[in-house]
Design a protein around this ligand. Structure first.
Ligand SMILES: [Cu+2]
Length: 341
């Protein structure tokens, strides 16, 4: 039984890695078959358990099918004997009770997993993060006073209970990190929750899983499961004022700060201590992120410049307008943003 479990799961992991690789051409697999949290593990085990019962049903059907063809059938030219059976009580009881038992064996673990995955209260010592879904990006707010706000890259410590409260800024979205847990819808006017403990440090890709408009497929994000030390460092970095750091020591960046403040950027984007915009992602520590544009591109100066010149080309339907910046102004602005560590 255990061996069958292992064989099935490793074959499925291989297949999903292959398919994920084909679909995205990326190294981070979008798979539910390599769980890295308690929640993902419960769902995975349930899936395997149900699949084994399905396999049993399939085997019974195939055996009955083969018996009907090769054993209990009449050959060509043979006279079919008239059936004398009116009913067979034993058989009828068997094919009623058998499927009912199999359904029961599937129902019990399913209901147990549903209740396990929806705790009413946050576990003791949980890190609470507010997740706000927008067309088409993700906002993450840490702590009561929103002292850390970031976008599209969520950092969490390994081994600590995480309690996400999910809300939408516009339409229905769905929060999904396959290796860390099941999908949870993000519905306007409603607070949904997701609770889990990540077991293994690493980077896990996420994706909006509810069609939400033109760039739904571009509404990705990443979850960084950090060691406690890495997480403490990250949180400390995100809590400090970005403008006090390296941004002002670089001349291009210093000029770029002026471009930012004098352009429409500041009306839509917040930078701690600089601007209070809230329509687009918070850019306070933009330079510390590895990706941009909802994790669809690497955060490089060339990609940032490309984005500013024509956001709609990178992410169709994006609300950010073309700003008409070019040359030195564009380069200075990119230098400023990349320096916001
Ligand atoms: Cu969405």
């Amino acid at each position: 039984m255990k061996r069958a479990f292992q064989l099935i799961s490793s074959a499925m992991v291989a297949a999903s890695m292959f398919l994920a690789g084909c679909a995205q051409g990326r190294k981070l697999p979008m798979t539910t078959l390599a769980p890295k949290s308690d929640l993902a593990d419960w769902i995975y085990r349930l899936f395997i358990e149900v699949t084994l019962w399905d396999g049993l049903v399939l085997a019974i059907v195939i055996v009955a099918f083969l018996l009907a063809i090769f054993v209990f059938s009449t050959r060509v030219g043979e006279a079919a004997p008239p059936s004398s059976a009116a009913s067979d009580l034993k058989l009828e009881v068997a094919w009623t009770v058998g499927p009912a038992l199999i359904l029961l064996m599937i129902t019990i673990p399913t209901i147990r997993t549903i209740f396990r995955s929806q705790p009413n209260l946050p576990p003791a010592g949980a890190l609470e993060i507010k997740v706000v879904a927008h067309q088409w990006w993700w906002e993450f707010q840490y702590g009561d006073k929103d002292h850390v706000i970031t976008a599209n890259e969520m950092h969490i410590p390994v081994g600590v209970p995480i309690r996400l409260t999910l809300q939408s800024g516009d339409v229905i979205h769905s929060f999904w990190v396959p290796q860390l847990g099941g999908k949870r819808d993000v519905v306007p006017g409603q607070l949904n929750e997701l609770t889990f403990i990540a077991y293994v440090p690493g980077v896990y890709p996420g994706q909006c899983a509810e069609f939400c408009g033109e760039s739904h497929a571009n509404m990705r994000f990443r979850v960084f499961v950090d060691t406690p030390q890495q997480f403490a460092e990250w949180e400390k970095g995100q809590s400090t004022m970005p403008t006090a750091g390296a941004a002002m020591t670089d001349k291009a960046a210093a000029r770029g700060a002026q471009v930012f403040s004098n352009s429409p950027c500041a009306a839509c984007h917040r930078i701690d201590g600089v601007s209070k915009g809230y329509i687009g992602p918070d850019l306070s520590h933009f330079g510390s992120r590895t990706t941009m544009a909802s994790a669809i591109e690497a955060n490089t100066p060339a990609n940032v410049a490309d984005w500013i010149v024509n956001p709609g080309r990178v992410k169709p339907g994006a609300q950010m307008p073309k700003l008409g910046l070019s040359g030195t102004q564009l380069n200075d602005l990119v230098a400023y943003l990349e320096n916001l560590k």
